[in-house]
Design a binder for this molecule. Structure first.
Ligand SMILES: [Zn+2]
Length: 414
């Protein structure tokens, strides 16, 4: 069994499908539990379900679609703060495509504001600064911070970035799957060339400068290697990867190479290692075939197809994917911490963080919903990380970057 936050810690516990902890290890578990309680834990990437903010979705209750983060599970798992994501998939690069994307982005901003301002103002608060995150967490409530995934909704209008900032966006990833006007993606669409701009476009460069001035963190997750290196060379403030993994362990196009890791460190930034099965560990040929088959059957191999699924289709997709995972189990917490270890060795303890990508394809054996968050701390304790180090990894580093980005913007205003 997997250790749950509510499980009585006795006897033999199987952690993340890898290591077996004997009864003598209960001390270790008690230590992890105490540290986990004291440190401020931030998950830097949680997608929001399609029905988020509607009457059909209640943040207090597990919903029918297997959503992985709720207020009760956050409390159970000792998760203090989450970046909720205004994600819009890449679609047709026309005025019509941009307009639809902008409308979708505003619906998500609105849903997050509804959650924090109307539905659960006593339990949750929107944080606009690093100081807000600390204050809200100290008050015993959950902090929500907004991240944006894909710069596509802004079209070519830089002024919309100011509007996103006012709406609460505190990081922006310029790309998702498929190239856009801002630069090249790590995963181009089938008909696209590997590189369209050769990295960051000229509009993308203007976006980086504006984000620095506004005080929005720049996120390189989903950007191509050259786009990432261009961003890192240009940005005047620290840069993050909000949900990425390590190329040196898993050869996936979404994963960061050593040269990118080093460049992120040079901006004094932070890489948040993500609990995403296929980035952490290459799946077997059989599993890949089964997953590809499912995507083909549900016609998900076209741009934006996933977003178009209705709740019934989505539910059916999650059910089929779960059956595939049951047959070929996902990576575990130990795999995630292998990526953390690699990053710490390469760029140091001050530049590493954690993300789940829950509700967006993330979730691994042992950390498959917010309620299981303690398992990550347990594995870190098991590997000898100190409380100070765990506090940095679980959010201290991210808040330092957020403060530096705020300070740069304030300096530009004066
Ligand atoms: Zn993503």
């Amino acid at each position: 069994m997997i250790l749950m936050a509510t499980t009585a810690v006795m006897g033999c516990i199987l952690l993340a499908g890898n290591a077996v902890l004997a009864e003598s290890d209960t001390e270790l578990i008690a230590q992890a539990r105490a540290i986990h309680k004291r440190v401020l834990t931030i998950d830097t990437h949680v997608d929001i379900p399609f029905n988020f903010g509607s009457d059909a979705y209640d943040m207090m209750k597990p919903g029918p679609l297997g959503q992985q983060v709720h207020l009760p599970t956050m409390t159970e798992g000792g998760l203090d703060a989450v970046f909720l994501i205004v994600y819009v998939g890449q679609s047709t690069r026309t005025i019509t495509g941009n307009t639809k994307a902008l409308s979708d982005a505003f619906l998500k901003f609105s849903a997050i504001h509804k959650l924090t301002e109307e539905s659960y103002p006593n339990e949750v608060e929107l944080a606009r600064t690093a100081e807000d995150v600390r204050r809200i967490s100290a008050s015993g409530r959950k902090a929500v911070i907004i991240g944006m995934e894909n710069g596509f909704p802004m079209g070519k209008d830089l002024r919309l970035l100011d509007v996103f900032y006012d709406q609460g966006a505190r990081y922006l990833g310029l790309l998702h799957n498929g190239h856009n006007e801002l630069g090249d993606s790590a995963q181009p669409f089938e008909k696209e060339d590997t590189a369209e701009h050769g990295g960051l476009s000229s509009l993308g460069k203007e976006v980086v400068t504006r984000l620095n001035k506004l005080g929005i963190m720049i996120d390189v997750s989903h950007a191509s290697k050259q786009t990432t290196l261009d961003i890192l060379a240009l940005s005047k403030a620290p840069v993050i990867a909000s949900h990425s993994a390590i190329r040196g362990i898993g050869n996936h196009p979404r994963n960061l190479s050593d040269i990118e890791l080093d460049a992120i460190k040079n901006t004094n930034g932070v890489v948040n290692l993500v609990a995403f099965d296929t980035y952490l560990r290459s799946p077997s040929a059989e599993k890949t075939e089964a997953l590809d088959g499912l995507r083909k059957k549900m016609e998900l191999d076209k741009p934006g197809a996933f977003q178009k699924l209705n709740p019934e289709q989505l539910s059916s997709y999650y059910e089929s994917a779960a059956a595939i995972d049951a047959k070929w189990p996902k990576a575990g917490v130990a795999d995630l911490v292998d990526h953390i270890d690699y990053a710490v060795r390469r760029i140091g303890i001050d530049h590493v963080g954690i993300a789940s990508d829950f509700n967006g394809g993330g979730g691994i054996t042992g950390w498959n919903n917010a309620g299981e968050t303690l398992n990550v701390t347990l594995e870190l304790v098991k590997r000898g990380y100190s409380e100070d180090e765990i506090a940095k990894i679980w959010g201290g580093n991210l808040l330092r970057v957020m403060e530096d980005v705020e300070a740069y913007a304030a300096q530009m205003k004066n």
